[in-house]
Design a protein around this ligand. Structure first.
Ligand code: NAI
Ligand code: 4PL
Length: 287
């Protein structure tokens, strides 16, 4: 698998997105999750993208368990900021609903004071069973985040102490990415990259930022209409031409270093791994 350099780290062009890993409705059993991580190892995928909010902290916990024996081989991206309810044991699943409610009320109430931010980092590290988070992102922060000097200082302090290697933002607003780069000097951001996303226009204002691409398949609706239909009609283990084109599109957008795939299916992961290393052919374009 192709490797690129993201903020000085060696990463696989394809990364695993885990927003569905342990969430209600889309989550799988832990043995399915283990099979998915084994497929990543087999394909050479070394990036895992997560957030404290995914599965109300369960995604981070599962990642911690599943990467425990070989934690050094992974580059972990996690995010904080979508209000997360961290309930004990069996009550955890109810956190999903509670989170939605708090989130709707939260608006721009990003808790980035010293105590909250330090606690968030400590908790993510503990759940992930790591002593370093390679990429630590603020999850959909308000554009005014760059005015929060205290948050910037705390993040720099965490970086100096070695618990986070890089920090930045996950947002679909290129202007916020550019502002964070200019005000905070952040070299990494996560954003939507598909033919309809703003980042695909590669605004010159974002030059110099290494991008982690999400929502490469556009939307769930697009997948249902195109990918499933094509997957059903094409040969097994052959990525649907539309998926291949979307992956190649993202790989060619300036600044993109990692393309996330949010699938829970090892077969789709393998398809996407194969597709990303295959140039789009004339046959694909008329398929
Ligand atoms: N604001 C943020 O920070 C956001 C972060 N993310 C991150 O990005 C990751 C990727 O998620 P999405 O962009 O939603 O996923 P995606 O674009 O990779 O996948 C969308 C859908 O396509 C399916 N799919 C993927 N490859 C396929 C194939 N070869 N054949 C058939 N179906 C296929 C997936 O199973 C999924 O249902 C998330 O898990 C999360 O880590 C996603 C959205 C927002
Ligand atoms: C699948 C999905 N939908 C919405 C959101 C995310 C996500 O991963 C996310 O990280 O922030 C908002």
């Amino acid at each position: 698998m192709e490797r690129r350099t993201l903020g000085g780290l060696e990463v696989s062009i394809l990364g695993l997105g885990t927003s569905r890993l342990a969430s209600i409705g889309t989550g799988r059993s832990k043995s399915d999750a283990k099979a998915l991580f084994d497929a990543c190892r087999e394909c050479g995928v070394n990036v895992i993208d997560t957030a404290d909010a995914y599965g109300s902290t369960m995604a981070e916990r599962w990642i911690g368990e599943l990467t425990r024996a070989d934690r050094e081989r992974w580059v972990v991206v996690t995010k904080i900021g979508l209000p997360t309810v961290d309930l004990p044991g069996p009550f955890r699943v109810f956190g999903q609903r509670a989170r939605k409610t708090t989130q709707a009320r939260a608006g721009s109430a990003f808790a980035l004071d010293h105590a909250s931010l330090t606690r968030s980092i400590e908790r993510s590290l503990k759940r992930l069973r790591r002593d370093r988070i390679e990429i630590f992102l603020l999850h959909l922060p308000p554009a005014s985040i760059v005015e929060d000097d205290e948050a910037h200082e705390i993040l720099q302090e965490a970086q100096r102490s070695g618990v986070i290697a890089h920090f930045g933002v996950s947002t679909d607003m290129p202007r916020t990415i550019a502002a964070v780069r200019d005000a905070w000097g952040c070299p990494v951001a996560e954003t939507a990259v598909n033919p309809w996303s703003l980042a695909s226009a590669a605004p010159a204002s974002m030059t110099g930022v290494d991008l982690i691409a999400n929502r490469v398949m556009g939307s769930e609706a697009l997948r249902v209409q195109l990918l499933d239909r094509e997957a059903a009609s094409s040969a097994p283990h052959r990525a649907a031409p539309i998926a291949r084109r979307l992956l190649r599109h993202a790989a060619a957008v300036p600044g993109v270093k990692v393309i996330l795939t949010g699938t829970m299916e090892p077969a789709h992961l393998r398809d996407n791994a194969r597709a990303i290393d295959t140039p789009v052919t004339a046959e694909d374009l008329i398929a």
